[in-house]
Design a protein around this ligand. Structure first.
Ligand SMILES: Nc1ncnc2c1ncn2[C@@H]1O[C@H](COP(=O)(O)OP(=O)(O)OP(=O)(O)O)[C@@H](O)[C@H]1O
Ligand SMILES: Nc1ncnc2c1ncn2[C@@H]1O[C@H](COP(=O)(O)O)[C@@H](O)[C@H]1O
Length: 196
């Protein structure tokens, strides 16, 4: 299996690039943000619990998102690999993910981290807010989300850097350029499988 974490702060282009990556490589896209927004749209108890955290730019409790990912891995047991987007966001989530994958005799292949300046992140999210309808797409909430990212999510990169799994990719430039840079890091995992 090929398991990629697309890592980066809010607004760095993870969702945009995920759509292109899954189309090219056939990985299953697991975006915890999208899964949580679907729960909210469906008005489930999980969605109602998550909404209060999301609207304030806070993280949803670890056990909630880890449970969601566990269920998705189980449902997609035949997948050739996964693209994780917006997960893991805490070291506890990363450790739980490593265990869930190891139970399935697999592991994270690569963490691809998109680097974008804070000014550009805020610009993109405020711009997205004009059409997204997301209550967390405004300047005040994005500042909170960036603070949460620095405090709780950046240590996840250090967790995988210890395992030599992290590569940084410039996240500013055209979507096509960024996609080619990401594809160039993912393709070798598929070539290696063919040569085995
Ligand atoms: N290379 C790029 N240049 C300029 N704008 C971009 C680029 N890539 C994505 N965007 C725009 O920036 C916004 C954020 O992108 P996207 O939703 O993919 O980010 P994200 O990392 O998934 O964000 P979040 O974690 O907040 O959901 C979107 O409006 C998207 O169209
Ligand atoms: N992995 C996650 N852990 C905790 N909270 C999460 C996680 N993924 C998403 N969330 C919540 O949803 C919003 C939006 O997520 P995006 O990935 O940016 O769409 C995020 O601010 C958290 O509240």
């Amino acid at each position: 299996m090929v398991n990629i974490i697309l890592f980066g702060p809010p607004g760095s282009g993870k969702g945009t690039q995920s759509d292109k990556i899954v189309a090219r490589f056939g990985l299953v896209h697991l975006s915890t943000g999208n899964l949580l927004r679907q729960e909210i749209a469906d008005k489930t108890p999980l969605g109602l619990e998550a909404q209060s955290f999301m609207d304030k730019g806070q993280l949803v409790p670890d056990e909630v998102v880890i449970g969601m990912i566990d269920t998705c891995l189980e449902k997609n047991s035949e997948a050739k690999g996964f693209l994780f987007d917006g997960f893991p966001r805490t070291v506890a989530q990363a450790e739980a993910l490593d265990k869930l994958l190891s139970l399935r005799k697999t592991a994270i292949s690569k963490v691809l981290a998109l680097d974008v300046s804070e000014t550009e992140l805020v610009r993109r999210i405020v711009e997205r807010g004009k059409i997204s309808g997301r209550p967390d797409d405004n300047e005040e909430t994005v500042m909170k989300r960036l603070q949460v990212y620095r405090n709780e999510t950046e240590p996840v990169a250090a967790h995988y850097a210890q395992l030599q799994k992290v590569e940084h990719i410039p996240g500013e430039g055209s979507e096509a350029e960024i996609f080619e840079a990401l594809s160039g890091r993912i393709a070798p995992f598929f070539l290696a499988k063919v040569e085995e």
